[in-house]
Design a protein around this ligand. Structure first.
Ligand code: DP6
Length: 382
């Protein structure tokens, strides 16, 4: 598929009145990381993620047809009409987050709308109210752009489905992922579950730089119900935004080797997910996390996003694994928090270990118990 397959042509705007859609969409955690992109929001390497379950965003999008034109069209010299037509080059929306109006979020949404309007031209004909909330604290350092942008993309796709009810579920999800990607790259992996690949990869049929797809092979039992306990080491604002971080890969001395490494890791991980080889899973996933941070430590300017407690946790995990033969491992996002990954079968022993030995390193002992999830859900449709 190409981007032009996602352009909505010839829709009947008499069907465009008013309505409300609410979608609940999960966050995701990358096993092979996306770090480095080119215009328009295309990844420099393929990535794969577990869709999460407990970390999610719920977004309600209320829309109604702009009615300025019909009221004012009778007088084409009307000064107000000229003003309105001028305003119509923009988007008319309000955004609320956890019940509070957030004008500071508007520029990000405007950039998103500008990137997607070519594919969903009805955006310019509507007034919107966006109302969003997260299941996790905003300040937790957990990226909310993946679940936030995917929720908004799904609400917009629900409007498209009103205009064009014959679209298939497959097209709906692909286009939702395509749109979400234009909001935030990793958001394209937050539409479906349980394992999502984004980025063209020779060994993964139908993989694409344009949208995420479900991992196309049968996944071994070992990965069913896999756990991700997120240890909130540092709940502050991110030190470096991912947008800035991705840009640092442009003139990075190791970028080409990194993109190659990620693609090789995905080849290896594809086999591991089929065979259930947990030792190789651990080796690849931890190497990915540390490589991501190595990229930040060796960029210009350079950053260390891990905190002393991040390292303490990593060393504790390694020690526990060595002493017990457990299959616990960790991954990291672009921040200090640690995602502790482990199989369902070991959950009792590992939960005890986390509670007794790891949560002391979390800010105010905060942590979130999450696990692999099945993807986004339409909550209401009025
Ligand atoms: C470290 O998707 O947040 O989490 O496309 O600029 O919005 P933008 O970046 P974003 O980057 C995510 C980076 C990561 C790794 C990953 O999720 O693959």
């Amino acid at each position: 598929m190409t981007a032009s397959d996602f352009i909505l042509n010839n829709y009947n705007n008499s069907k465009l009145n008013s309505g409300t859609f609410t979608w609940k969409t999960p966050s995701n955690i990358a096993l092979v990381k996306y770090w480095g992109k080119r215009e328009p929001q295309l990844p420099e390497n393929a990535s794969i993620s577990f869709t999460l379950d407990a970390c999610f965003t719920v977004t309600t999008l209320e829309y109604k047809l702009k009615n300025h034109k019909s009221k004012l069209a009778s007088d084409s010299n009307n000064e107000i009409l000229k003003q309105v037509q001028h305003d119509d080059t923009g988007y008319n929306f309000d955004i609320y987050f956890e019940g509070e109006k957030k004008d500071e979020f508007k520029p990000k949404i405007e950039t998103f709308f500008n990137r997607i309007v070519e594919y969903v031209p009805f955006l310019k004909e509507l007034d919107f109210v966006i109302d969003s909330r997260n299941s996790f604290p905003h300040s937790s350092g957990i990226a909310s752009s993946a679940s936030g942008m995917s929720a908004l993309a799904l609400c917009i796709m629900s409007i498209e489905k009103e205009l064009n009810p014959t679209i298939t579920e497959e097209y709906f999800n692909k286009k939702a992922s395509f749109l979400a990607r234009l909001g935030s790259g990793s958001a394209c992996r937050s539409i479906e579950g349980e394992l999502i690949v984004w980025g063209k990869h020779v060994e993964i049929p139908d993989s694409s730089d344009l949208f995420g797809i479900q991992f196309p092979y049968k996944v071994h039992e070992n990965f069913k119900n896999y756990h991700d306990t997120i240890l909130l080491v540092d709940e502050g604002e991110k030190q470096v935004s991912s947008t800035v971080g991705h840009k640092l890969m442009y003139n990075h001395p190791f970028s080409q080797q990194r993109f190659e490494q990620a693609n090789n890791h995905l080849s290896e991980l594809t086999e591991v997910l089929k065979t259930g080889d947990l030792s190789s899973f651990i080796r690849i996933v931890e190497s990915e996390a540390l490589s991501l941070h190595a990229m930040m430590m060796t960029s210009n300017p350079y950053f260390i996003l891990m905190k002393p407690n991040t390292l303490k946790i990593i060393h504790k995990i390694w020690k526990f694994r060595e002493e017990t033969g457990s299959h616990i491992c960790f991954t990291l996002d672009a921040g200090a928090n640690v995602h502790v990954l482990f199989p369902e079968i070991e959950k009792i022993a590992i939960n005890n270990f986390i509670i007794n030995e790891l949560i002391q390193y979390c800010q105010e002992n905060h942590y979130i118990c999450d696990r692999i999830g099945i993807g986004a859900k339409l909550i209401s449709n009025n």
